[in-house]
Design a protein around this ligand. Structure first.
Ligand code: ASC
Length: 151
């Protein structure tokens, strides 16, 4: 619980912080940062997904806490895909991120929008609403991975 609250607070602070270009000392840091944010988001999404698929019992409070972290985390990775961060570290990022920036931004925004809906669905405590939102959110994860992430 404390960890969730901390992660959410950190996410809020970071999203209010300096412009992307000023955020990272090194390309390697930008790559590590975006991978870390995506990893944390994936971990928390996985906890909700486990409930949505019936692998673990549905707990509305836990789902809502995790969904809030997902919604906060979903805002973070994109500022770390700045110019020149296509190389210079261990990354699966495709060149299309930088050559099709409008499309990439649209994909980012879709994810953020779906995670807002996921957090709202989780707050209703209704498992069916959570399932619907989990499916929609996972769809935006997959669409972006298919278009912009190497295997
Ligand atoms: C997850 C996760 C992703 C997405 C993706 C959806 O749980 O970590 O990256 O769902 O696999 O297709």
């Amino acid at each position: 619980m404390k960890i969730f609250a901390l992660a959410a607070a950190a996410a809020t602070l970071l999203s209010l912080a300096a412009p992307a270009s000023a955020q990272f000392a090194k390309t390697e840091d930008a790559i590590k940062y975006r991978q870390s944010a995506l990893f944390v988001m994936g971990q928390h999404f996985g906890r909700i997904n486990a409930m949505a698929t019936g692998r673990v019992p549905f707990d509305a409070k836990v789902a809502a806490e995790n969904a809030d972290v997902v919604a906060s985390m979903s805002k973070l990775p994109w500022a770390a895909f700045g110019p020149g961060t296509d190389k210079g570290g261990d990354t699966k990022a495709k060149a299309e991120i930088w050559t099709e920036q409008a499309k990439f931004k649209e994909a980012n925004e879709k994810l953020v929008a779906e995670t807002v809906k996921l957090a709202a669905a989780a707050k209703t405590g209704n498992l069916d609403a959570v399932k619907t939102a989990v499916t929609a959110t996972a769809g935006t994860c997959k669409a972006c991975h298919d278009a912009f992430r190497n295997k």
